[in-house]
Design a protein around this ligand. Structure first.
Ligand SMILES: *Cc1c(COP(=O)(O)O)cnc(C)c1O
Length: 423
């Protein structure tokens, strides 16, 4: 048996109906934007392995930092103890973050980063003796798969089975072109009830919804409105963080600053699972009290794992190099050129670009479901051609590692053009 055959004896894969799924491709090696499977077939990782890997697979600089940390202090509990990597990450990250973000809470993945933000919003009001139990989120949002994060997510595909067991979340339209006023007014109506503790959003780009984009100026208005009503704003930058939008954070396009931010995915350059939720001083102070019951009783065994912190430090160092910033700009310009070339194609409905993110919506007859047959045809077409893309319904998006070469990008674009004809 090969790896792929041995795998399905025991392994249960994410987002997978095993009865109908194709065999899982066993990847044995990665370098830069490339991956190789057990038969030696080469793939371009055009989605940076679910948006986690900006600096390339098997990155030597990050690997060295991890090795050094593993052989110095691999892990120590973060309750009652601290360590240099966590101190350095805090010092470095707060320099990169919006200036109001002062406190960091570590966890293991994007979903837990969101859980923590939501729990902090709810408990902040509880600690003050105020009853605010609901959260506001966008339609078609994606914030993760644990319970509170799932409740905040609006893609019914992921949450349908759990209706009735979820935290109460009320949705407003995304302020995309034409919906700006509807979004603003819906938010204002909700805020006036004083029942809400927080408003969570993916700033500027809704990743899992298919790279749906909206303007920073519209988000600024929504944040300002929340501020006016003392409702906390939570920027879920799990996908957008660390350069994807062309700036370090999507929030860097805003004039307003969010109260909390959720970071994960590219935080460790796609090496070690880690997440950080960041907070204003005001939020932290809402838990700072003689009364032990007002503390945040949340933690994970591997909170602030030193090895993860070392990977995050090395990753942030890479991000801020001139070479990497130029890579981001180069990919952006390539995307714009391709967009210009393809946008009037008879099968293209819409296109959009932000930073290293390119998305193209293909014209189809009727609505396309998230994991529908057209999507599967596209997915398999790209896999056949050695390109890893995961279309969302009829939306094909590219979000490559920043180290991808121009030639590799060109191959992705060409294959998308072929798909427009053949799929
Ligand atoms: C991926 C993602 C999450 C969830 O992160 P996990 O690490 O998969 O739990 C949350 N929010 C956004 C915006 C994401 O893209």
């Amino acid at each position: 048996m090969n790896l792929s055959e041995r795998d399905i004896q025991h392994n249960w894969h994410p987002y997978t109906q095993h009865k109908t799924a194709a065999p899982h491709i066993a990847i044995t090696k990665g370098e830069g934007a490339l991956l190789w499977d057990e038969n030696g077939k080469e793939y371009i990782d055009a989605i940076a392995s679910w948006w986690v890997n900006p600096y390339g697979h098997s990155n030597k600089f990050i690997a060295d930092a991890i090795y050094k940390q593993l052989t110095t202090l691999e892990h120590v509990l973060f309750g009652g103890f601290t360590h240099e990597p966590a101190v350095l990450v805090a010092e470095k990250l707060t320099q990169l973050l919006p200036s109001n973000q002062k406190k960091l809470f570590y966890s293991d993945n994007g979903s837990t980063a969101v859980e923590i933000a939501i729990k902090v919003a709810l408990q902040y009001f509880y600690n003050k003796g105020e009853r605010r139990t609901k959260i506001i989120a966008f339609e078609n949002a994606f914030h993760g798969d644990t319970f509170a994060a799932m409740a905040a997510s609006g893609i019914s595909f992921f949450t349908e089975a759990f209706k009735g067991s979820l935290l109460e979340v009320v949705r407003i339209p995304v302020p995309s072109k034409g919906n700006e006023l509807a979004s603003y007014e819906a938010l204002e109506t909700l805020l006036k009830t004083n029942e809400f503790a927080g408003f969570i959003f993916e700033p500027l780009v809704q990743g899992a919804a298919g790279m749906v984009m909206y303007d920073a100026s519209e988000l600024d208005k929504l944040i300002a409105l929340c501020k006016k009503h003392n409702v906390f704003t939570i920027a879920d930058e799990v996908m957008t963080g660390f350069g994807k939008t062309g700036k370090t954070f999507a929030c860097d396009y805003l004039s307003e600053q969010p109260d909390m931010m959720c970071l994960s995915k590219a935080l460790t350059g796609g090496t070690i699972p880690m997440a950080i939720t960041t907070f204003t001083q005001e939020l932290f102070d809402g838990f700072y009290d003689q009364d032990v019951n007002k503390a945040l009783f949340h933690g994970h065994t591997f909170t602030a794992n030193p090895t993860g912190c070392a990977a995050a430090l090395a990753s942030m160092e890479l991000l801020t190099t001139e070479v990497m910033q130029q890579n981001i700009q180069r990919i952006h310009e390539n995307h714009l050129r391709f967009e210009n070339k393809i946008k009037n194609h008879s099968r293209v409905a819409t296109t959009r670009v932000l930073g290293v993110i390119f998305a193209l919506e293909i014209k189809t007859d009727g609505a396309q479901s998230y994991y529908g047959s057209f999507r599967n045809r596209l997915y398999n077409f790209f896999i056949d051609k050695g390109i890893i893309l995961r279309p969302v319904g009829n939306i094909v998006y590219v979000l490559p590692p920043y180290v991808i070469t121009d030639a590799q990008l060109e191959k992705i674009y060409q294959t998308i053009e072929e798909a427009l004809i053949e799929c």
